[in-house]
Structures are given as C-alpha cells and as structure tokens.
Write a protein that binds this ligand. Structure first.
Ligand code: PLP
Length: 363
C-alpha cells in the first residue's frame, strides 16, 4: 500500500529556520536574531490594535480598503495596485505562484533572503543562484544567469542577511537588462531604514514598467512582526493574478488597523531610523576596532550588521560565547555563511553589553 507522496520538489525544500528566542537552557535572553524593532511598536498602532477587539466576531475587510488607501496616500500610489499579505512572505510566495512553475527558472543572489528558495521550489520551479560581489548584489551576475526559461528575479534591497544596498542606478541597470517577460521582485523589507536620498526608486519603476513588483513589510521598522502584515505594489495584471491565489482573508482586522495607524505615525518611524543609524554606526566602529582579531562588518543599510570572522576565533565560537553571555544572534551556516554572525541593532544597553561580550570572546 502506497502512502500519499508529497511532490518531490516540496521534499527538496530546506525548511526555514527562524531566529531563536531562548538559549539552550531555555532561559530568555536578549534576542538579536530576528531584526525586530528595539523601540517596540508605535503607541498609536498599539491603540488601534487594542480597539480591534470590539469586532472579533467579524471577518476582516477582504479588500483591506482603508489600509490600501493609507499606503497609497503616503507613497503617492494607485490604491487599486496595492496588495497585502500575511507578512511580505506571503507576497513573495504569491509572486512565485503567479509567475513560476515546473520548467521555469527563478534567480536570486547567493546570501539572499532564505524565503526565495522556498517560494521558488514550492511551485516546482528551479532556483538559480547568482554569485554576489563581496556579499553584495552583483547585477552583472544576475543578468548573466538569465536564460530563456527565467520568469522571476528576486532581489532584496537592502539585502538580508548581508545588509548591503544596491543604489537606484544599479537597480535601474538590472531592470533595463532583463527581458520584459521576466518579473523583477524587489523586496524592500528594510527600505524605511535607508536615508530618504538613498531610495532605490523601486516604486517609480513599478509605475513605469509592467514587470516590476515591490514588496514592503510592517514587521521591521513598524514593529508589527507579531501581526504578520506586508504589502506589495505591481502592475494591474500582476495584482489581479496574485489576488486570485491569495487566501481570502489573509490580513487580520487588528493587523489592518494597526498598520494604518503605523503608516500615520511618521514620528515613530523617524525615531526608529535615527536610533538604528546611531547604534549601527557605533557597533560597526566596535567591530572595526576588533579588526586585528579578524573581525569585519559588511557595510549595512539595515537594522542589523553581518559580522565576518576571518581570524582565529570562528563565528561559531563567537555565536556560542555570545549565547552564554545572554545574547542570541543569527549564525547562518545553512545559507553558506558559516563565517558570519548577523546581529540585530538593539537598544543602547544591549549594544554596549554585546560589544563587551564580543571583546571578551575574541580579545
Ligand atoms: C523580514 C524580511 C521579510 C519579511 O517579513 P514579513 O514578516 O513576512 O513581512 C521579507 N524580506 C526580507 C529580506 C526580510 O528580511
């Protein structure tokens, strides 16, 4: 008797490994492994979330109308072309579901976001990895990987887990080099951490071309990771296709209300960005001071630093040492980064404590 057989491409998926929240003893420690906002959540978003309990018996607005209108007003977009997802993760899956299947190829950059490989394999398509250039997105390598079978390209900008950023001119060059039938998915999960003048102009590319889809999230700077809410912007045809395959009520009422309030609380976003810039630069300086121990931070435009261990003390040793000292970071051997630790920027106290611990481990 044969048991039901999962599709072979599904069994080829390496499961996503989330950032840990406890150490081996189960003791809660400082979690710097998931790029969450150390300032928490906008108070206005929290109040909106709390108010949602007045209508828990009702299904959420399936069209997320007020949220789409708030996003469109904030970014100067057409609300009809804004789509929303259970986290931007869902949107990355919707892009694959609508534009890739068995026989198709989808490209992402080595050391790209782990969800791309899962989204591509889930639909039976073939992932193609383009090499990076010193951990950063290499536009020429992506363009060289395009074949007749390519239907999708995923680029996170800035990228996770490297923190690197490709400026607008590079993204424009990438787009210009792609055949018009290839959909460029520009994942802007960390866009709000950029200085305003560093915009990669992805949303403008969507306005001008049918083959660009931008995704954003409320999980990072907006501090709403628990509610699982993201949004995307694309062509009329792309949004239509993705609506056909998304779950009917994919964004909760509380999530929609909290997200609308978060969009309005620009002060919270500003404070979060300023805090992040200050303590990311500070931590990068601390890492640079450990250069003679072989440590180096990859230049970051995000709310984390990828620290490379190229000296006698390995990233694994540092990961375990930091864990013992009460700091959980992200060690990513499964993504080919056995020599690196991704460290989320936390509070001042957390950053000072982590730097002390790191000095003790490698010094
Ligand atoms: C965190 C992250 C996301 C997704 O987050 P959601 O919580 O699903 O919205 C998407 N892309 C990148 C690159 C990320 O780091």
């Amino acid at each position: 008797m044969n048991a039901p057989a999962p599709k072979p491409w599904v069994l080829d998926i390496a499961p996503y490994i989330p950032g840990r929240a406890t150490n081996d003893g189960g003791r809660p420690v400082v979690k710097l492994s998931a790029n969450e906002n150390p300032l928490g959540t906008s108070p206005e978003a929290k109040a909106a979330f709390a108010a949602a309990q007045a209508s828990l018996e009702r299904y959420p607005d399936p069209g997320a109308t007020a949220l789409r209108e708030a996003l469109a007003a904030a970014h100067g977009l057409d609300p009809a072309r804004v789509i929303y997802g259970t986290g931007s993760d869902e949107l990355l899956h919707l892009a694959a579901g609508a534009y890739a299947g068995p026989g198709d190829e989808a490209i992402y950059v080595r050391y790209g976001f782990a969800v791309y490989d899962i989204a591509i394999r889930r639909v039976g398509a073939t992932p193609v990895v383009a090499l990076d250039r010193d951990y950063a997105t290499d536009v020429d390598a992506i363009l060289a990987a395009v074949t007749d079978r390519t239907t999708l390209v995923y680029v996170a900008n800035p990228n996770n887990p490297t923190g690197t950023f490709a400026p607008a001119a590079e993204i424009a060059r990438l787009h210009a080099g792609l055949p018009s039938h290839v959909l460029l998915v520009l994942d802007q999960a960390y866009a709000e951490y950029l200085e305003p003048e560093d915009d990669d102009l992805g949303l403008q590319l969507v306005e001008a071309h049918e083959n660009v889809f931008v995704t954003r999230t409320f999980s990072k700077i907006h501090g709403l990771a628990a509610e699982r809410i993201g949004w995307g912007y694309g062509s009329v045809a792309a949004i239509d296709a993705m609506h056909r395959i998304r779950a009917p009520f994919n964004v909760t009422t509380a999530g929609q209300l909290a997200a609308i309030a978060a969009v309005g609380d620009t002060g919270f976003v500003e404070r979060s960005r300023a805090h992040n810039r200050q303590w990311r630069d500070w931590l990068a300086g601390e890492v640079a001071a450990l250069g003679n121990a072989g440590l180096r931070a990859v230049p970051s435009e995000t709310n984390f630093l990828l620290v490379l261990f190229e000296g006698p003390v390995s990233a694994e040793t540092a990961y375990k040492g930091l864990m013992d000292a009460g700091y959980i970071t992200r060690w990513l051997p499964g993504q080919g980064l056995a020599n690196g630790l991704r460290i989320t920027i936390g509070t001042e106290e957390q950053m000072r404590g982590l730097a002390d611990a790191l000095r003790g481990i490698v010094g």
